[in-house]
Design a binder for this molecule. Structure first.
Ligand SMILES: [Zn+2]
Length: 438
């Protein structure tokens, strides 16, 4: 069965969730922090659309919204599709929204064709994927997968001290624990790539084998403080100079080696005065690579490099390993289904590395999960200029819809780990440990 996405309707789904009354910005982006007033309107709209499509909507205690299309065989585990409606500020009109729009279009296509499936299909709008208002990211899917518990989730606070639990209640989206997703047959998410693997090679659709692992370290550089007008600059033990060299050296090593990325997004200087030589500099290092083994090798290599620079500058370093997100492989059977459909539909597809966390990362610890990436222009994301070209959107929607139908028709009850036992603890749990720190 081949489903043909309706371009006009797909545009309508995208427009619904990027309109000014749900946070659409004049520059063409969307600013919709999780559980904000705009998020409430977007959630209400999602529920209305679901009703129009004949779906039953429920909300769990994380504020995750599920819109269910019933299956014809009682008791079969659902196929879970969807993404997230929250955005960074300001964000684009595709990140998360595209995954919801493609999921809605998939159900609309099944309705158009009067197709029923043995398995239910549930479209999920995951709460707080971005972590922009309430860190950490992927909050709602993290609860469902068992990465953290509901008390932890409800106690996360935004910059003004507002708790997630109170924000959920304030907008009327604090649902029941009994409504959580507990098992699924397969989970599939469409998302913009947020990179240039597809755009750089002229492919429309990416099939993602796994989300790549990440490590966070804090590097503390200790030098000797003093007056800016005092002895030196030769002979000083300047923490800030050593740190600057380390940051540059990490970037240079990553560029030269290829295959891994280092980013320093946070630098703190003590005491932080114009006329004082800082005695301590702390900086956060985000480092990511293809596999856990490779990544550990790169972390060790970078720390050796920092040690050598510290010695040359007469300083010392302490390294704190803050957080580890292990690689989570996606289901090989769903990936081969996606490849087969992409080939049949003559879609230009590519195996695409997943450099960024998504809700599917949590879901993959529960059961068979896969992701499709859509080409984004120049890889721009988390920006109002974020853009996905129509041919890529339509190609993704076509593969996605056919795959969802195939999975929902799947009679085989491949009992996932989640159906037999509680979700296994993934390494993502460590995120909560770090996030609990002030
Ligand atoms: Zn996203």
């Amino acid at each position: 069965m081949t489903l043909h996405p309706d371009e006009t309707r797909l545009q309508h789904w995208l427009d619904l969730f990027s309109a000014p009354d749900v946070g659409g910005t004049p520059a063409g982006g969307v600013s919709r922090p999780a559980l904000s007033e705009f998020d409430k309107v977007a959630r209400d709209r999602f529920a209305d659309v679901a009703t129009t499509l004949g779906l039953d909507t429920r909300v769990d205690d994380a504020g995750n919204m599920y819109a269910r299309r019933e299956g014809t065989v009682r008791g079969l585990a659902p196929v879970v599709i969807g993404s997230h409606l929250d955005t960074v500020v300001p964000g684009g009109r595709f990140d998360g929204i595209l995954g919801i729009a493609i999921a809605l279009e998939t159900v609309a296509l099944l309705n158009d064709a009067s197709l029923t499936t043995p398995r239910p299909i549930e479209i999920v709008n995951w709460m707080g994927e971005e972590g922009a208002r309430f860190p950490p990211a992927m909050l709602g899917s993290g609860l469902v997968s068992g990465a953290w518990d509901v008390a932890y989730l409800h106690d996360r606070v935004d910059a003004s001290g507002v708790r997630v639990g109170d924000a959920l209640a304030a907008i009327g989206y604090l649902g029941e624990a009994g409504n959580r997703l507990t098992r699924f047959h397969a989970a599939l998410e469409a998302h913009i790539e947020q990179g240039v693997q597809l755009d750089g090679t002229g492919h429309d659709v990416g099939i993602v084998p796994h989300i790549e692992p990440v490590r966070w370290c804090t590097i503390e550089v200790h030098g000797i403080g003093g007056h800016a007008g005092g002895p030196g600059p030769g002979g000083r033990r300047e923490a800030v100079v050593a740190a600057a060299r380390m940051i540059t050296a990490a970037r240079d090593r990553a560029v030269a080696a290829g295959g891994f990325k280092t980013t320093v997004g946070r630098v703190e200087v003590e005491p932080g005065s114009n006329n004082v030589i800082p005695h301590i500099v702390r900086f956060g290092l985000d480092i990511r690579s293809g596999s856990d083994d490779e990544l550990e090798g790169h972390v060790a290599e970078i720390i050796d490099l920092f040690d050598a620079i510290a010695a040359e500058e007469g300083t010392t370093i302490r390294v704190h390993r803050d957080w580890a997100m292990r690689s989570e492989p996606f289901d090989v059977r769903i990936q081969s289904l996606l490849r087969r459909i992409a080939e049949e539909r003559q879609v230009a597809w590519l195996t695409t590395r997943g450099h960024i966390g998504h809700d599917s990362l949590h879901l993959a610890s529960m059961g068979p999960t896969a992701m499709l990436f859509t080409r984004t222009t120049d890889g721009v994301s988390h920006a109002e200029s974020e853009h996905a070209p129509w041919p890529a959107i339509l190609a993704t929607a076509a593969v996605f819809a056919d795959a969802t139908l195939a999975l929902a028709n799947d009679p085989e009850e491949t009992t996932s780990a989640a159906e037999q036992s509680p979700p296994r603890q993934s390494e993502v749990r460590r995120a909560s440990t770090t996030a609990r720190k002030p």
